[in-house]
Design a protein around this ligand. Structure first.
Ligand SMILES: C[S@@+](CC[C@H](N)C(=O)[O-])C[C@H]1O[C@@H](n2cnc3c(N)ncnc32)[C@H](O)[C@@H]1O
Length: 293
């Protein structure tokens, strides 16, 4: 909440003799925020990061580029299911929900589903559904997928413990729709022992090392049979972005490109030229239709 809004609400609470001023300020601050976000959502040149700025989510400082990028990767006007782990405010009553609200007005036709360790039910409305639970507990995640079994965007901004981030990803990725996005924020824990990460970058404790292993999956149509097993678990990765302190994964869309013929991968340039009926020289120039010459 901005200083000005707080001063205004404080003034109103005083003149109306409100007994719990702080609660009054938080509840009405939320209403005010929704109103401002709604107005902004009708402006013609709106940008995702500005929704986060208005909502005072720290995604504005850290991830402006990342969230502006996702507006290119997935349509904002469709009816989507968006799940965010970590609502904010920790155990403070009527606190948090900044990014959930920003997402609600950014994706006007979508359902926003939130999960937090603490009770954040105060945020619920016709398009926001809140679950209380632990992102590292499969039972709690199951509770969500019993009601919402497919998502278009999943954002992990919860505990930031690496084992939790792994547990949520391993369980939830299969519920991500084709073309859907999975974002893991605050991956700094991957480098820190106290967050169950590993400064020496071990595969099972460091998200960057883990996901780097699957970068070839974005080109899975070129992977030869012999190596398929190695990558099969996440052969449906379509895009993988590593940015400072976050990872974004996009799942393949329905129209997956056809497998590249394996025998062609081993042809020499001369053999390939014969097969393709063209001449490509070593400089890269292609002389086409050699049969017509
Ligand atoms: C960084 S805040 C989320 C901020 C919010 N996404 C935003 O951008 O405004 C992290 C939240 O994760 C919650 N959290 C911590 N551990 C969790 C866990 N194991 N499972 C689910 N939520 C957890 C905390 O209660 C806290 O509210």
């Amino acid at each position: 909440m901005t200083k000005l809004a707080r001063i205004l609400l404080n003034f109103l609470a005083t003149i109306f003799f409100v007994s719990n001023k702080e609660l009054f300020i938080r509840k009405n601050g939320l209403k005010l925020l929704k109103f401002v976000l709604l107005i902004y959502s009708y402006t013609p040149f709106k940008k995702n990061n500005i929704f986060f700025k208005i909502a005072r989510s720290d995604k504005f400082e850290q991830y402006s580029d990342l969230y502006n990028l996702i507006s290119v990767l997935i349509s904002q006007d469709k009816k989507l299911n968006i799940l965010e782990i970590g609502i904010g405010g920790h155990d403070k009553e009527f606190s948090g929900g900044n990014s959930i609200l920003a997402l609600k007005y950014m994706y006007k036709n979508s359902k926003i589903i939130g999960l937090d360790f603490e009770n954040k039910k105060f945020l619920e409305d016709s398009r926001i559904k809140i679950f209380q639970g632990d992102q590292s507990k499969i039972d709690d995640l199951n509770n969500i997928v019993k009601q919402y079994d497919n998502f278009d965007i999943i954002i992990d901004d919860g505990s930031h413990f690496v084992n939790h981030q792994f547990a949520s990803f391993e369980f939830l990725f299969k519920y991500l729709n084709d073309g859907g996005l999975y974002i893991i924020e605050d991956i700094q824990g991957s480098y820190v022992k106290s967050m169950n990460g590993d400064p020496e970058l071990a595969y099972e404790k460091n998200l960057v090392t883990f996901f780097s292993h699957y970068t070839h999956c974005t080109n899975s149509r070129f992977i030869i049979k012999k190596l398929e097993k190695k990558f099969e678990k996440y052969s449906n990765f379509n895009k993988l972005f590593f940015v400072e302190n976050a990872i974004l994964i996009q799942k393949n869309s329905k129209n997956i490109s056809k497998k590249y013929p394996e025998d062609e991968l081993y042809l020499s340039l001369e053999e390939m030229n014969t097969k393709k009926k063209r001449i490509k020289d070593v400089s890269g120039v292609i002389k086409q239709n050699i049969n017509n010459r």
